[in-house]
Unconditional design. Structure first.
Length: 422
């Protein structure tokens, strides 16, 4: 097994170098050999080299997550540097490398499921601390904290903390309480309460775009709790829960704020210069790019607001082609899917992996479907691809959770206590 990993690890990293080299050749074909091209190539290839050295020095059982992350971050830097012309995206590159290192730190934090679950009171403290920061430090019902030299979005860091809250184990589910004859698991009630807090917070901030992401993570967490204990759910309860879900969707649809109602009922082609402007431009860019794109730097969508963030998929398709855009999405999806190659060996890590998968998949679906006018425009980002500081770092933390699920450090807490008693 060790020999197989030693061979596969360099091979994967060599594949990353080849992929980035091919993309850089296409950049050279568009811009020639210029100072900016050389600068971009040096930084991207140097990141591949030093990243591979770092991964050789640390344990390598989870090399798949790290390698795919290096690949995606390099591709993202090349994309962001070429939109509408060539200028090395230094800020995006720095934040991307920071997210890679923070992934290693978050891996160390949760690689032992026993230790991570003991820290759950800390996760709740961090959760409510971030909620308090959003309410009291962001200003007038906003999601951003402006420090002058930098702006932070605390709601992005709520995502990894919420995934930690969603993760659970059989031991937690067996600790039941009783009030007035009603049996319940305190951990499950806390998850439901935290989900309700997020829904109320997003309503208060007039920004419901990320709510489906949190709901999906919470739903997966609740589902896994039933799976762990193999609970038998009656048909009557299933029908009741389904009816409640439908009722909630209908209520949310009808009671949504005015700005959401406008997005739900807007005909973008009838209002191309107003509320439908971004989506019309995004769809036009995808159509003009075709399968193989106009070429790096030849796009015009860069002149539209949020071309590097909320509609970045359309920007990629315009310059690099729909085929490249779809392959990029597949690679980002492969981050959570890579856990399948080495399945989690603890229920806690299974919860982490499923929670991260829910966040990544729903977030990308909201971004891409919104850009393509399949759903109302939400304004969420694509992990690691869209330009952004807080969202990139948050995604790095989540990637570390995936690495922990692939390569956990399992320590039997009871055995350790007995050994210590001797």
């Amino acid at each position: 097994m060790a020999a197989r990993r030693a061979i596969s690890h360099p091979f994967l990293l060599f594949s990353v170098l080849i992929a980035h080299a091919v993309m850089l050749v296409l950049v050279v074909l568009s811009f020639g050999v210029t100072h900016e091209v050389i600068k971009l190539a040096c930084y991207v290839l140097a990141a591949d080299f030093f990243g591979s050295v770092l991964l050789q020095l640390v344990q390598r059982e989870a090399c798949t997550v790290d390698t795919v992350l290096l690949l995606v971050l390099g591709m993202s830097t090349i994309y962001q540097s070429c939109f509408g012309g060539l200028a090395f995206a230094s800020k995006h590159f720095i934040v991307g490398m920071a997210s890679f290192f923070i992934a290693q730190l978050s891996y160390l934090l949760v690689r032992n499921p026993y230790t991570a679950e003991k820290l759950k009171p800390l996760w709740y403290t961090m959760f409510f601390g971030l909620v308090g920061a959003i309410i009291f430090l962001t200003g007038s019902r906003s999601m951003w904290i402006d420090l002058g030299f930098i702006t932070l979005q605390p709601s992005e860091f709520v995502k990894p903390v919420f995934v930690l809250i969603c993760a659970s184990s059989i031991g937690t589910q067996l600790r039941k309480s009783e009030i007035a004859g009603f049996h319940f698991v305190p951990d499950n009630l806390m998850l439901i309460f935290c989900t309700a807090v997020i829904a109320g917070l997003q309503w208060w901030c007039r920004d419901l775009g990320s709510l489906p992401t949190f709901v999906a993570a919470a739903g997966c967490g609740i589902l896994l709790r039933f799976c762990y204990l193999r609970e038998k759910v009656s048909v009557r309860l299933t029908v009741f829960l389904a009816a409640c879900a439908v009722a909630l969707v209908i209520a949310a649809w009808n009671l949504a704020p005015a700005y959401v109602q406008e997005r739900l009922h807007t005909d973008i082609w009838a209002d191309m210069s107003g509320s439908g402007y971004q989506q019309v431009k995004a769809l036009t860019a995808i159509a003009e790019g075709g399968w193989f794109g106009k070429g790096a730097g030849n796009g015009t969508l860069i002149n539209v607001a949020a071309s590097r963030t909320d509609i970045v998929f359309s920007s990629i398709c315009e310059e690099w082609g729909l085929f490249t855009g779809l392959m990029t999405i597949v690679l980002v999806l492969f981050l959570p899917a890579s856990v399948i190659t080495v399945p989690p060996r603890s229920y806690y890590h299974s919860g982490l992996a499923v929670g991260v998968a829910a966040v990544f998949m729903v977030q990308m679906a909201l971004n891409i479907f919104g850009s393509c006018n399949l759903i109302p425009f939400t304004g969420v980002t694509i992990p690691f691809i869209s330009q952004g500081g807080s969202s990139m770092l948050s995604s790095g933390i989540l990637a570390g959770f995936l690495k922990a699920a692939q390569a956990p450090v399992l320590t039997n807490r009871l055995a350790a206590q007995k050994k210590g008693g001797r």
